[in-house]
Design a binder for this molecule. Structure first.
Ligand SMILES: Cc1ncc(COP(=O)(O)O)c(C=O)c1O
Length: 355
């Protein structure tokens, strides 16, 4: 039988990662640290008593209330997602659709384009500047010309690690005639948020995740902050019980105990600074300033360096041939020992050109 698939799917590139048993895994912007021991213990105790036979609590009120309280908001301003990915996709369902445009930066998180396509929306990429700065007037112009229904900004941006000044975000939010989603997946490594703009503008949406700074990538939990109308509309497209009870229970404990993550977070930031400094000292490598848990570098030998690191069983993300990222490699900041090994390997390669 010839299957009659929905038109447009042929244009979508499935998300792909090189699954390998890396000695040092620095390819996915994950935390190098598993849960802090105290948090892990509490999670394990909680899971022992979990009602596996029951559907999860549908309102997710405990986690939503905890998050709302920490932002001085109401529970109606918070919703949980199966990773922030689900939230971004759901927002594309809510605001996109046939003939409706969604603006997003490129290069940035590759899934923005996919979610726009999957929801049959019209994807409108806006090219970042040569230094990966966000051209705020071009964003607004593209939004105006395409009568955009949603603008997505990524701050700090993946995979460049670069940030947008707060005043540029406010400028876009204040001028835009549609909602602006600020994807703050890497917020904790930066410390500056656009969340304060929610007090002034009703079109600001903030997405966050537990997958990065909180090291909970396995459980797939993220959240969104937005005005109550938007949250209500999101609830129309989200599946019932879209967060499983194991993840929900884990995230509730994690959020209560989030102070336990501070030492690990501080170490990741210190290691990012150390790595940046050491890489800047290597001739032939350009290092982009990063406010995240990863670093993007550019070198004319990027393909060979990627192959070299791969042969050493160090997993990194090779963007050598990606549009707007030619000759670039991205790697996550790992543990101090992992970073030492990465640096040693890069130094050896750049000095001797060893392949
Ligand atoms: C900018 C950005 N947004 C969102 C996500 C999705 O994260 P998750 O679905 O794990 O919350 C990622 C993951 O890498 C990301 O880099």
């Amino acid at each position: 039988m010839i299957f009659d698939y929905r038109p447009g799917l042929e244009k979508i590139k499935p998300y792909s990662v090189e699954e390998k048993d890396w000695d040092i895994k620095l390819d996915a912007n994950e935390s190098p640290n598993n849960l802090p021991p105290l948090v892990r213990e509490r999670v394990m105790n909680r899971l022992e008593y979990l009602a596996f036979n029951r559907y999860p609590e549908i309102g997710m009120r405990d986690l939503r209330a905890q998050i709302a309280e920490s932002f001085n908001m109401n529970i109606q301003n918070v919703q949980i997602g199966n990773g922030s990915s689900e939230i971004i996709m759901a927002l594309c369902q809510v605001f996109g659709g046939p003939g409706r445009s969604i603006i997003f930066p490129v290069p940035s998180f590759s899934m923005y384009a996919v979610y726009a396509q999957v929801t049959d929306s019209h994807p409108v990429p806006v090219q970042l500047g040569a230094d990966y700065s966000v051209p705020r007037d071009k964003v607004l112009q593209a939004a105006e010309e395409s009568n955009a229904k949603l603008i997505i900004l990524c701050n700090p941006n993946n995979p460049t690690g670069t940030v947008m000044p707060h005043e540029d975000i406010e400028y876009i939010v204040s001028q835009a005639k549609c909602p602006v989603l600020v994807d703050e997946a890497y917020f904790e490594f930066y410390g500056q948020s656009a969340v304060d703009l929610m007090n002034k503008y009703d079109n600001v949406i903030i997405a966050r995740t537990f997958s990065k700074a909180y090291g909970l990538a396995a459980a797939r939990v993220g959240y969104v902050l937005a005005n109550a109308d938007i949250i209500t509309m999101l609830e129309r497209v989200l599946m019932p019980y879209h967060i499983n009870s194991l993840s929900l229970a884990t995230a509730e404990i994690l959020y209560q105990m989030r102070d336990e993550f501070m030492p690990g977070l501080e170490q990741m930031i210190a290691e990012r600074k150390r790595l940046t400094g050491s890489l800047e000292a290597i001739a032939g490598i350009k290092v982009y300033p990063s406010e995240t848990n990863f670093i993007l570098i550019r070198t004319t030998k990027s393909e060979e360096l990627s192959a070299y690191l791969s042969a050493k069983n160090i997993g990194i993300r090779d963007f050598s041939a990606a549009p707007g990222l030619i000759n670039c490699i991205r790697f996550t900041v790992g543990t101090p020992l992992e970073n030492d090994d990465l640096l040693k390997a890069i130094l050896a390669f750049m000095k001797e050109g060893a392949v």
